[in-house]
Design a protein around this ligand. Structure first.
Ligand SMILES: [Zn+2]
Length: 291
């Protein structure tokens, strides 16, 4: 007879990624291609037994895969594909074959996010049980002198509703809570069990004097009504933690964590719900989709 202890040991040996729940899971880290950045990130995550979804461009896949493979309890690879790349589906196949668990950050599309042109991409990611991280809302313009074919309107948050409904097995994270369309973001998350949002970007800076504002956005905790899905969870659990580190700026991890905690405390979100927001929700989705 196999004892519970041996099952635990077998799981530990064969599934190191699933060994212990991290205290913090950062669902939004851009890899700048520099291996020393990943070293610094791992070091920053260590005190939290932390984990990060690392968004890797196709050109950095070969060099990054061995680093991710060597740190399965710290780094989870996401394929940072371009929706308009004619080879996008093939790239997803390559990332999946390399053990990557998601795609994104999907951003700056030439068509609306829910355009049928992108259906094969979402269908393939769903087939692989991947998580898709979408940019939503306002986006930066770093080279104002150079013309660019980018529009915030193609990345409006309500476009995720149709995608979430069409691909129920695709877990979706919308970055930035639709900035500034927060109420729209929360409402579509309320009815779509496969849709979550992070609060990265300028939102928690903009709202720092008014964090209780988010109680009006995530309003349905413990509301019993046929007009909202039955759930014992806090409405705030539609949020997941992210830092949106880019250009290797690791300090953003601490700043983002601090802002999340201040907002969640100001809104009176329970410790249990905060643990799910900071890691538990995405951790369980990772475990479920690795079976
Ligand atoms: Zn973004």
């Amino acid at each position: 007879m196999i004892s519970k202890l041996s099952i635990a040991l077998i799981s530990f040996v064969f599934l190191p990624v699933l060994a212990a729940e991290p205290q913090v899971l950062d669902a939004h880290v851009h890899h700048n291609g520099d291996p020393t950045f990943l070293k610094a990130l791992i070091k920053r995550l260590d005190p939290f037994n932390g984990m990060a979804f690392v968004l890797v461009k196709p050109k950095h896949l070969a060099a990054t895969k061995p680093i991710i493979d060597a740190h399965p309890n710290r780094l989870v690879g996401f394929g940072d594909i371009d929706l308009d790349d004619p080879e996008a589906v093939k790239r997803i196949d390559e990332f999946h074959a390399a053990g990557f668990r998601g795609i994104g950050e999907l951003s700056r599309p030439l068509k609306n996010f829910d355009d049928p042109k992108y259906s094969p991409i979402y269908a393939r990611a769903e087939q692989y049980g991947m998580i898709a991280l979408f940019h939503t809302g306002i986006v930066n313009r770093t080279t104002p002198d150079i013309p660019e074919d980018v529009s915030v309107d193609r990345m409006r948050v309500l476009l995720l509703d149709g995608i979430a409904r069409r691909y129920p097995k695709l877990t979706i994270i919308g970055a930035h809570l639709g900035n500034p369309e927060y109420a729209n973001a929360a409402e579509i998350a309320r009815w779509n069990p496969n849709l979550y949002f992070d609060l990265t970007g300028s939102t928690l800076i903009k709202k720092q004097e008014d964090y209780t504002f988010f109680k009006s956005v995530f309003w349905w905790s413990s509301v019993a009504s046929p007009h909202t899905p039955a759930s014992g969870a806090s409405a705030f659990e539609k949020i997941v933690f992210g830092s949106d580190i880019f250009d290797g700026e690791i300090e953003e991890f601490d700043r983002s964590l601090d802002r999340y905690r201040k907002m969640l405390n100001a809104c009176g979100v329970s410790k249990e719900a905060q643990a799910n927001i900071l890691s538990g929700t995405m951790w369980r989705i990772l475990k479920r989709s690795s079976k």
